[in-house]
Write a new protein. Structure first.
Length: 364
């Protein structure tokens, strides 16, 4: 599962990527600095794993991760191949969610591809290009489906009706994600269409240091614009975050954050938000050899969670022994949890909860 960072050229995408991944993607003051997408595997900050580490004292700790992709900047006309349009759209299609970076700061020393700062215009530029590409995809699919629908094919008729609803939304400059599937069949169809604007999105307002806590007029404009999109808005001083990552010690970083009035780096907030955006959650295994966070889809069953460790665990699943994270911390060890009768045995139908500490019994 990958979250792609998108936006116009020169809005801070590669600098943000560097903050998140500690990779060193090239970032510079000119358009199309990024051409090939950079991919970073990023640890998901989670204070729960630190508590488990303190209690269990394992030999090693493995955190959950999320893949972040830094994609080339898009310009007006990208849907027709302008700039790096075709490459950009192909790369974003391969991602599962979108992190849309909007420039929300004034700085005469950093050029804007359109000459002045206007995050509303910038957002609309990106949205329109993605919607135009999706419209092209929908029209091509409709051509094929209409022929089958005319022969009386019921499935084709359902698909045609759904495609027409999506097409109508796109023509009104609305993204495909605003079209609610009416049933499971339409949910499956939406997934199969692989439309760019059906992907979940969050907006990152890149501000200067003074606006890192309270935001500014540009952030207010963005929040007002997206209030009906059911999308998260995160305010981040990307340049400042880059400075924080350059500090060598934890104490230096902590002092820097306190001076800004922040409890933790904004990058940590963003990573957790990206994890949620991808509809991911975490369960833990905890032993003296290793404490580890495992990533699963929200709604995964116990056998599916076991399969993340090894496919044999899912095939031969017998049962799961489950401890709620809060109980593990409250009693301090697995043995004390058992003594208190708080360890549960769950079967194949169990839906794993975020933070469960689990052991699996299986037979291959």
């Amino acid at each position: 599962m990958k979250a792609g960072i998108v936006g116009l050229p020169n809005v801070g995408k590669s600098t943000l990527f560097n903050c998140l991944s500690n990779a060193k993607a090239q970032s510079a003051n000119f358009p199309f600095c990024t051409i090939e997408p950079n991919i970073g595997v990023v640890n998901v900050p989670d204070p729960r794993i630190e508590k488990l580490e303190a209690l269990v004292k394992p030999e090693r700790v493995q955190m959950a991760t999320v893949d972040i992709v830094d994609i080339a900047g898009l310009v007006k006309g990208a849907s027709k191949g302008e700039g790096l349009g075709n490459q950009f759209l192909g790369n974003i299609r391969e991602c599962n969610a979108i992190i849309h970076v909007l420039r929300c700061f004034d700085n005469d020393n950093i050029v804007h591809v359109d000459g002045n700062v206007n995050p509303i215009r910038d957002k609309e530029t990106i949205d329109i290009e993605l919607q135009l590409k999706d419209l092209e995809t929908v029209d091509k699919r409709l051509e094929k489906v209409k022929r089958a629908a005319k022969t009386g094919n019921k499935e084709a008729q359902v698909e045609e009706a759904f495609l027409n609803r999506i097409r109508e939304a796109l023509l009104q400059a609305k993204s495909a994600r605003t079209v609610e599937p009416k049933n499971f069949d339409e949910e499956e169809l939406m997934e199969n269409f692989q439309l760019i604007t059906s992907k979940p999105v969050m907006y990152v307002c890149n501000v200067d240091e003074d606006a890192a806590v309270k935001g500014n007029k540009y952030v207010d404009q963005v929040r007002e614009l997206v209030k009906d999109e059911n999308a998260e808005v995160i305010v981040l001083a990307v340049g400042t975050e880059a400075d924080i990552t350059e500090l060598e010690t934890y104490e230096e970083r902590k002092m820097f954050l306190e001076d800004l009035g922040l409890h933790e780096p904004g990058a940590s907030v963003l990573i957790r938000a990206a994890y949620r955006l991808l509809k991911q959650q975490t369960y833990f295994t905890a032993g003296v050899k290793e404490v580890r966070a495992w990533t699963i889809n929200i709604g995964a069953t116990a056998p599916q969670a076991a399969g993340v460790i090894h496919t044999d665990f899912e095939k031969g699943f017998i049962r799961a022994e489950v401890i709620a994270f809060e109980d593990y911390v409250a009693f301090g060890s697995e043995s004390k949890v058992k003594e208190a009768g708080k360890l549960r045995v769950e079967g194949k139908e169990y839906i794993v909860k975020d933070g469960d500490v689990m052991h699996f019994r299986f037979n291959v």
